[in-house]
Unconditional design. Structure first.
Length: 205
């Protein structure tokens, strides 16, 4: 007879495999012996115990002990899984991207993510905000991948980060703040790169 594993133990197994997220559908498929009602009740208990948290309907983040005080993972550790779940292209952008490039010395008040239309509502959980900026067209050649504790995350390169910040300067706190960050990022951008890419990346191009 196959051993019945509790949902809490199953979640710990996922964490041991280096997985920090799961979907309700995936859990249901892996626990066919459990009814939908019992699964949802078990998940609610785990949410109440701060073991997991949902940041989108049907999508859960596992909170490892190292992040128990925070009650949530940094967005870079779950964003790739979340956007794959939603079926959306994305990249970490604006001040959040600048910070990952080492150019924003103050902790951003919100985490910025560029994605496709239609627009997405801001996610607010445990004092953390994720603001989604919707745009048409994604310049794939200027989206890079950065390694994180959980895998990889899509990130705008320094040039695209600068151009996005100019386009959305009101969103990130005004042009003075943008100018300061661009000045720091400019060290990472060559003149040839600007010449070859400016028309491709300009808004409306």
């Amino acid at each position: 007879m196959k051993e019945v594993i509790k949902i809490s133990d199953w979640i710990n197994q996922q964490l041991a495999k280096g997985k920090y997220t799961f979907t309700l559908a995936y859990l249901q498929a892996n626990k066919p012996e459990k009814s939908d009602v019992s699964i949802k009740l078990a998940l609610k208990r785990l949410v109440d115990k701060n073991k997991i948290i949902s940041v989108n309907k049907g999508f859960y983040i596992i909170i490892p002990p190292a992040y128990s005080n925070m009650g949530l993972l940094p967005p870079t550790m779950f964003m790739d899984d979340l956007m794959e779940y939603l079926g959306r292209p994305y990249y970490i952008s604006l001040i959040s991207a600048a910070a990952l490039h080492g150019a924003a010395h103050q902790q951003p008040q919100a985490n910025f993510v560029c994605t496709s239309l239609p627009s997405m509502r801001t996610t607010t959980k445990k004092g953390m905000r994720i603001k989604y900026v919707s745009k048409r067209g994604f310049p794939e050649s200027h989206i890079i991948q950065k390694k994180t504790e959980s895998g990889y995350v899509n990130l705008s390169d320094p040039l695209l980060t600068c151009l996005d910040m100019i386009s959305y300067f009101k969103t990130v706190g005004g042009f003075n703040r943008v100018a300061t960050i661009i000045n720091e990022l400019s060290e990472e951008i060559s003149t040839d790169e600007i010449k070859s890419s400016i028309l491709q990346l300009a808004p409306g191009a």
